[in-house]
Design a protein around this ligand. Structure first.
Ligand SMILES: [Zn+2]
Length: 284
């Protein structure tokens, strides 16, 4: 109970802080990590409107994803999440292709194979990376040194350098790693240095890691030269959004321009949004 009261207090505090900022600036944000299963369509759209989230990379089961896109056309980048422990396995590749060619799906992932102890270089993932490269899809994959409790989750399947063979085989793959591979800092720096197509999101790291530790990690990646390849995300639960925004806003080592890069510009470039769409986002 006490914990929840503190949580509500923090939510109200951060909510007031961020809401005021957003209301003053009205600068758009792209959320690169949203799941359908963490809230209703109405809740998700309401929180996006409140904090000026103009677009979100949305992953979940196809049925859920399609109900979100029907409710808010153009607002989401619809993507299949797989394989999900106890929910779904690896989707049929030919059926997926049909969905992409019809425009009903636009991204791939979150690929959650680490939750089944499957490393990114496993043969079972190869057809999906090949399809993503062929169709030029943005791909989100969970490769990191932590994850939700799950009996088949394995840290050892989340080492960033396990992605290297995939990047060599698919040099045009547009891929981003959850939580910038936290806490594998040096491996991430090496991966991003050698493979310029690698991007990263800053999602649950904004709240599951003590703030100082998160800022240390973010600061190290920016100092290493990758401030243009880090993208804001929440990993859902709309109630976490204020704290996620505040975690970037409060990073005193970032310039305003670097914050805008993380909140919007890097994702806009990575997603190849049109100039018209970017202009429209800044007029809303
Ligand atoms: Zn996720």
């Amino acid at each position: 109970m006490r914990r929840s009261l503190i949580g509500i207090g923090l939510f109200l505090f951060f909510g007031a802080f961020v809401h005021e900022t957003a209301a003053q600036d009205r600068l758009p944000i792209i959320d690169m990590h949203v799941h359908t299963m963490d809230g209703s369509v109405e809740d998700q759209i309401a929180v996006m409107d409140e904090f000026h989230i103009v677009k979100a990379f949305l992953s979940g089961t196809l049925e859920e994803v399609y109900s979100f896109t029907a409710a808010a056309p153009g607002r989401f980048i619809p993507s299949p999440m797989f394989p999900v422990y106890g929910i779904n396995g690896f989707p049929d590749i030919d059926s997926l292709r049909v969905e992409y060619l019809a425009g009903r799906l636009q991204g791939m992932g979150e690929i959650t194979s680490q939750y089944l102890g499957i490393p990114p270089n496993a043969p079972s993932l190869e057809p999906y990376f090949a399809l993503a490269e062929e169709l030029d899809l943005p791909v989100l994959i969970h490769i990191a040194g932590f994850g939700a409790p799950n009996p088949t989750f394995r840290l050892s399947a989340g080492h960033p350098l396990l992605l290297e063979e995939v990047l060599v085989r698919h040099p045009k793959l547009r891929i981003y790693l959850e939580n910038a591979g936290y806490p594998f800092l040096h491996e991430m720096i090496a991966l991003m240095m050698q493979y310029p197509q690698v991007h990263a999101d800053l999602s649950t790291i904004t709240r599951h890691v003590p703030r100082e530790g998160f800022h240390d990690y973010l600061s190290a990646l920016v100092r290493a030269g990758y401030g243009k390849r880090l993208m804001f995300g929440t990993d859902s639960a709309p109630s976490w959004l204020p704290e996620a925004i505040e975690s970037i806003e409060s990073a005193s080592f970032l310039t305003d321009e670097q914050k805008r890069d993380i909140f919007y510009n890097n994702a806009a470039r990575f997603l190849r949004l049109s100039e018209e769409e970017i202009a429209a986002h800044h007029q809303e």
